[in-house]
Design a protein around this ligand. Structure first.
Ligand code: PMP
Ligand code: GLU
Length: 424
């Protein structure tokens, strides 16, 4: 009987899976900090604010009242209806009822479920289904699609268009194997967003494209919808009647309500297919996690309906707007670093490629965004996320999250500037 475990393998699927760089770097910066190193973290994609008190109180009250049992898999109907009402009234999405809403363990989990319900591994001789992904894009879309048997067709956008794809690019990308188009506005990692008129132009291309791509569905990730501070208001593409029944709107509590640790996300899609998709997501979730934490449902309703919470959300938005101004003015002092103006979310995504080929004061050769971020973490104790895994031209960029205090932004930018000025 062999006893050695040397030849035990993980599944190919998992051993080939790249860890999330955003999660990994955030963990690394936190570990360095815990070991006593004075690291200034700009890697975390989470608000530094605490969850508003009324939301916490609602969960505590539910817990005390004994709401501690399994619930229906996709959420209790009162909460699903509350989300449908929010999407109807705030986002103008037509045709939604509670039956069109799925609640899961974070936007990431809900995204995973939706993608599992849309993609298949190709049968022998069949071409795979494609996910059209405008890049730079959040690091998790690609691996989640690939785990489901899909392949990614990137549409590359750059700083010249504030990282927005054009209707012509989208038109070129749509083909009979197109299954899903991802949109994410405001964008992680770019910190920019689409205007209503941009989205209407893209919707026209999608509508016309359905003839060529009969299975095409759109997933619009609107998790940063409350954090906007540029000239454009947030607009939901799912509100456009011609394509509404093709659009899955993904959102969650993490960013708007500073609830990253609670793990609550949701998706909604109107129409008959929407109902089938949500049901499929429920079947899948029923074999995975079942429901989210039971006493979180009243907290979701509190977040979505209490005007005092809305006031706090607005206060946080204003703080992010102020920090965006501050970080842009500090970045403009750093030679070789250029950056589109952020208008949403809490990220800036500067181009740092002018620094490639230089050597740090401590002798590290900078050859890429990754080597730059590694050197800055080790030598200057500032944690940024290198661009490579966001796709497209993102290897020329790094992501800086400014979900932290103005003091930290100033101290971090002082270190960034000193590091760059020390390059030769
Ligand atoms: N979409 C985007 C664009 C994100 O940045 C995040 C942050 N992790 C998510 C979805 C998922 O967030 P969560 O799982 O915390 O809801
Ligand atoms: N979305 C956040 C980020 O991009 C949190 C980490 C993650 O889930 O990727 O940093």
């Amino acid at each position: 009987m062999p006893t050695s475990t040397t030849h035990l393998d993980l599944s190919r699927r998992v051993s080939e899976l790249k860890p999330s760089i955003t999660v990994a770097l955030n963990n690394k910066a936190k570990a360095m900090k815990a070991s006593g190193i004075d690291v200034l973290g700009f890697a975390a994609g989470e608000p530094d604010f605490d969850t508003p008190q009324p939301i916490k109180d609602a969960a505590i009250k539910a817990l005390q009242a004994g709401e501690t049992k399994y619930t229906p898999t996709l959420g209790d109907m009162k909460t699903r209806q509350c989300i449908a009402d929010k999407l109807t009234n705030e986002n103008n999405i037509p045709g939604l009822t509670g039956e069109h809403v799925a609640i899961g363990v974070g936007g990431k989990h809900v995204l995973y479920n939706a993608i599992q319900c849309l993609f298949d591994f190709p049968a022998l001789g069949e071409d795979p289904w494609e996910m059209i992904l405008p890049t730079p894009a959040w690091v998790s879309y690609r691996p989640i699609c690939e785990l489901s048997g899909g392949v990614v067709r990137e549409i590359v956008a750059g700083p010249d268009t504030d990282f927005r794809i054009t209707p012509a690019q989208l038109q070129d990308a749509i083909n009979p194997r197109s299954r899903l188009l991802i949109l994410n506005s405001p964008s992680n990692p770019c910190g920019t967003m689409y205007s209503e008129s941009d989205l209407r132009d893209l919707a026209k291309v999608i509508h016309e494209g359905i003839e060529r791509a009969p299975q095409l569905v759109v997933l619009t990730d609107e998790i940063y919808e409350k954090i906007v501070y540029g000239p454009d208001a947030h607009f939901s593409i799912g509100s456009i009647p011609e394509i509404a029944e093709r659009v899955i709107t993904l959102n969650g509590m993490s960013k708007a309500y500073a609830m990253t640790g609670w793990r609550i996300g949701y998706a909604a899609m109107p129409g008959d297919f929407g109902k089938s998709l949500i049901k499929g997501m429920g079947n899948l979730q029923g074999q995975m996690t079942t429901n989210i934490t039971s006493f979180n449902y009243p907290a979701i309703r509190e977040a979505l309906t209490n005007p005092a919470v809305a006031t706090e959300v607005e206060t946080m938005r204003q703080a992010f707007a102020q920090r965006a101004d501050l970080i842009m003015s500090r970045l403009s002092e750093i030679p070789g670093v250029t950056c589109p103006t952020p208008t949403g979310a809490f990220y800036v995504f500067p181009d740092v490629s002018a620094l490639f080929g230089k050597t740090s004061a401590k002798g590290t050769k900078i050859t890429s965004a990754t080597s730059l971020c590694e050197a800055m973490l080790e030598e200057a104790h500032i944690a940024f996320v290198p661009g490579e895994d966001f796709g497209g031209i993102a290897g020329n960029h790094l992501r800086i999250s400014f979900a932290c205090s103005e003091d930290q932004i100033n101290a971090g930018m002082d270190r960034f500037k000193a590091f760059v000025e020390g390059l030769s």
